[in-house]
Design a protein around this ligand. Structure first.
Ligand SMILES: [Fe+2]
Length: 287
């Protein structure tokens, strides 16, 4: 079954017309959507009215197993959205009030403005993320994405060879601190242990080779720390050149699906003390 698409960037990213995630749930439609995602890695579906939390979860579960909150809420984040399947990516606390500057919870959320791929710090990696826009700020707050398949393809052969077999260690807390957040307590640290993944992997569906890096990376096995972090920094600089990046400008009701095994992304700055940005994510996982 065909889903009409417009390509948003020369390398990747498609925008759909005529898919309604409330009703387009036939196996044929889901299979067609997955094929589009294998080709374009990112798919945007506008909706006039944002999906409800229940609709968001129901559609996402058609794509694959859904990640649930793995650890009890720490730092008093509150429970604005009482669903284990939904990651609250807003700047709102449990009472729907904007987090104030200096709040550690906000500092950790701001760390998502660094380039990353979702949940690479888990051994069971994220496949697709489905981010739904409920409230968007008037300026900023876009989502930028980079095509890590094209990035890998363009690497010099010598570099490809040098990356072969390397394993990176990804840690959630590394990127939180790097992004300006406070050191976690040892109790917090224990809730999210690090995970190790190859720096280059073959995409399980498309078969394309992908550079798998993120601001979560805190080291490369068997490599001196300085050298490892220098390598990751160099690779991130290469990967985020404008030719590989697409910036998605949100409208309320949009659902953006991206393949975490093929892309990296970041949120861009906005005035998070003045404007609400209410984004909600459901994440599919490998197993
Ligand atoms: Fe993310």
């Amino acid at each position: 079954m065909e889903i009409k698409t417009a390509q948003l960037h020369p390398l990747f990213c498609a925008k759909g017309k005529g898919i309604d995630m409330r009703s387009d749930n036939s196996p044929e439609k889901i299979s067609a959507l997955k094929s589009i995602l294998d080709e374009f890695a990112v798919y945007a579906a506008p909706h006039k009215v944002p999906l409800t939390n229940e609709e968001h979860i129901a559609f996402s579960s058609l794509l694959g197993p859904i990640a649930r909150k793995s650890a009890p809420k720490i730092s008093g984040t509150g429970n604005r959205l009482p669903f284990d399947e939904i990651v609250d990516q807003s700047n709102l606390d449990g009472e729907n009030k904007i987090f104030q500057n200096g709040d550690k919870r906000l500092a950790y959320k701001r760390a998502n403005r660094q380039w990353h791929t979702d949940m690479s710090y888990r051994s069971n990696r994220a496949t697709w993320s489905l981010l739904s826009a409920h409230v968007v700020p008037p300026d900023g707050g876009e989502t930028e994405l980079a095509d890590m398949r094209a990035v890998y393809d363009d690497l010099p052969e010598k570099m490809k060879l040098s990356l072969e077999g390397l394993i990176a260690e990804h840690c959630y807390w590394h990127s939180r601190v790097l992004g300006g957040g406070p050191e976690p307590t040892s109790e917090e640290r224990a809730t999210r242990p690090p995970a190790q993944h190859p720096l280059v992997h073959t995409h399980p569906r498309s078969g394309r080779k992908v550079l798998y890096i993120a601001s979560h990376v805190r080291g490369v096995l068997g490599m001196p720390q300085n050298e490892a972090m220098g390598l990751i920094s160099e690779l991130l600089t290469i990967a985020t050149q404008p030719k590989y990046v697409f910036s998605y400008k949100w409208a309320v009701g949009d659902v953006l699906i991206w393949d975490n095994l093929a892309t990296i992304h970041r949120g861009t700055d906005f005035d998070d003390q003045r404007y609400v940005r209410d984004m909600r994510r459901v994440t599919c996982r490998e197993h």
